[in-house]
Design a protein around this ligand. Sequence first.
Ligand code: AHM
Ligand code: MG
Length: 332
Amino acid sequence: MNEKLGLPVGTTLDRFIMRKQEDFPFATGELSQLLRDIALAAKIVNREINRAGLLDVTGAYGQQNVQGEDQQKLDVIANIRFIRALRNGGEVCSIISEEEDEVIQTGNTRGKYIVAIDPLDGSSNIDVNVSIGTIFSIYRRISDQGGDGTMEDCLQSGTRQVAAGYVIYGSSTMLVYTTGAGVNGFTYDPTLGEFFLSHPNMCTPKTGKIYSINEGTYNSFPEGVKQYVQYCKENEYSARYIGSLVGDFHRNLIKGGIYIYPATAKAPNGKLRLMYECNALAFIAEQAGGKATNGSQRIMELVPTELHERCPLFIGSPEMVDKAEEFLKVEL
Ligand code: AHM
Ligand code: MG
């Protein structure tokens, strides 16, 4: 039994969402429905991923997304599936997607919510059977209902998220989410087609011994990051880097660790996107007792100015993020 929630391990995601909604007597149930829409799309994408080697869905799609990256066929499929689910659900007026240049207006002008989503993260791992993920943030619109979502609705800072989560398509598929009252993880049982509560009230260790960074670009790291990496080596930490943010983050959340994507020569503002990668994971990290910064500022307090803007990311166990920041301060 999960004492805090009063719900036993094995509760289905649907029941869990329903029970949480009962805590808010005036809630309309739209956010609950939206979370269920995301879970449904995740099941469909999970099915496509599991069969990827059998269907003609691996490999490049032949086009680049707005950030100049080659789109994979599964990137495109996942994007279509999530957008369709969110559009059909009716609760969302506007969507920001990694795969789409502009804001997607769903036509649901009464929709109260904005979703920012990376439909399939870890593109380089899609064709090689390594964990990949979906990352999402949910915001309440600021503008009045009755029209499309505005730029102001879309460019809200992370502190205004009402929910965020990720799906990891790994050795098992999991959905992990928060609505600002702790973090809960659900494992998918493909034989039953249901997500079940398997990781109630997830808390990250205060510190750990795993560091996750692409050391291939070490030579162009800021000096403080180089020194922190040296510190990790001197202390014989384990280097673990899948190259799928969700996979690296999920492991470190459970075991304790730090994930860093710093500014590099190739990516002067870092590589990861604030709106649909960093903010969602920052919300989850903080709700689990972790920390997320860009090296000096809290990720969730950054004020976005562009849909696809990037920022450096230092995320994970709080004492490790603090330590990394100490090295960065020396540099200033
Ligand atoms: P993507 O959204 O195109 O998949 O890029 C994001 C991914 C992250 O999942 C991962 O942590 C990072 O890019 C890996 O980048 P690199 O290969 O530069 O280390
Ligand atoms: Mg991504």
